[in-house]
Design a protein around this ligand. Structure first.
Ligand code: A2P
Length: 334
């Protein structure tokens, strides 16, 4: 895999990771094995995906068979909404580590700025006030204890990210959000960039040359989930990304598939991408986005794509608004 990206911890994160959201139990283990065998070194997990145990079995087999070493793999997981309080954080990560059969995570993220009653379903009536600074302090302790080598957030809007940056002792290394040509997250990417964000190797050398050392107060890599726009494709208002005329036209001119084009667009926009697939051929295809690029004049054409909140976003937005006092706005678009 080509050039990895530096996090504000100094660790690198491979720019393509296998997404496991909506990867069906029974298929996800084989997908993880296939991905690692073709060169993926980054797997994105979460307990709410309901498949961490199977991912853990696959990882254990890959390590046992000598296909990859633990230290060469970057594994992410997330703190679910019902554990979004400081007292639940140590137990939540331990459960995830046990399921994944790992000693540590490379990255642990707060899954969203939402808190639910312990063990409850994600409905507005189960919501509780959410004290992000307190949860974040517990996340910082995990990093100090070595259980998580980097910590970050998921689904944080500009406003919520700025609020966290104002209080965080350790700034989040990553903000993982839905991002693809149909939902480009311009404001959020700009915030991350202006805060010193996506550290490519070249960018790191420039920063180091300029500051003498790598600055530590920086946030945060944008990690893109649904980089193929699958969520938007399922949306009521949003057009399919892979079938969008602008995307198909550029893909045709470059003689690439629309999926590879969308992923390459993500990389060139400066983010890391997490395509989900349980299909071996597609898993391979989704890694084939290096050694070629989208010329600048064609990159400019992506701005013609109308931006639409996806179904998932609309749902979260309604959900968040229904949660009246506690979460005043959707973490995605408000
Ligand atoms: P499958 O698992 O059958 O391959 P996203 O990462 O944006 O959420 O997209 C995931 C969806 O896109 C899944 O439905 C996945 O289906 C499909 N997908 C993954 N890779 C490709 C590809 N290269 N071409 C077309 N569809 C893909």
């Amino acid at each position: 895999m080509a050039a990895s990206v530096l996090l504000n911890t100094g660790a690198s994160i491979p720019p393509v990771g296998l997404g496991t959201w909506r990867a069906e139990p029974g298929l996800v283990g084989a997908a993880v094995c296939a991905a690692v065998k073709v060169g993926y070194r980054h797997i994105d997990c979460a307990p709410s995906y309901g498949n961490e145990k199977e991912v853990g079995l696959a990882l254990e087999k890959l390590f046992r068979d000598g296909v990859v070493k633990r230290e060469d793999l970057f594994v992410t997981s997330k703190l679910w909404y019902s554990n979004n309080a400081p007292q639940y954080v140590p137990e939540a990560i331990q459960t995830t580590l046990d399921e994944l059969q790992l000693e540590y995570l490379d990255l642990y993220l707060i899954h969203g700025p939402i808190r639910l009653e312990k063990g409850s379903a994600p409905t507005p009536e189960n919501s509780l006030p959410c004290d992000i600074p307190a949860t974040w302090a517990a996340m910082e302790k995990l990093r100090e204890a070595g259980k998580a080598r980097a910590i970050g957030v998921n689904n944080f809007s500009c406003r919520k990210l700025e609020a966290l940056l104002a209080v965080a002792r350790m700034p989040p290394a990553v903000n993982q959000v839905e991002c693809h040509p149909g939902w480009q997250q311009a404001r959020l990417r700009e915030l991350c960039r202006s805060a010193g964000v996506h550290l490519s190797v070249e960018h790191r050398s420039q920063l180091t040359a300029h500051h003498g050392t790598l600055p530590t107060g920086i946030c945060s890599v944008v990690l893109a989930y649904s980089p193929l726009g699958s969520t938007a494709a399922a949306g009521v208002n949003a057009p399919s990304v892979l079938g969008h005329p602008v995307v198909t036209s550029i893909a045709g001119r470059l003689q690439r598939t629309t999926a590879r084009l969308a992923l390459r667009w993500g990389l060139q926009m400066g983010q890391s991408v997490l395509p989900k697939s349980t299909d071996e051929a597609r898993i391979k295809e989704n890694l084939d986005i290096f050694g070629w690029s989208i010329p600048e004049e064609l990159m400019a054409e992506f701005s013609e794509i109308e931006q639409a909140c996806s179904l998932h976003c609309s749902f979260l937005c309604i959900f968040a608004h229904l949660m009246f006092l506690f979460v005043r706005s959707c973490s995605y678009c408000c």
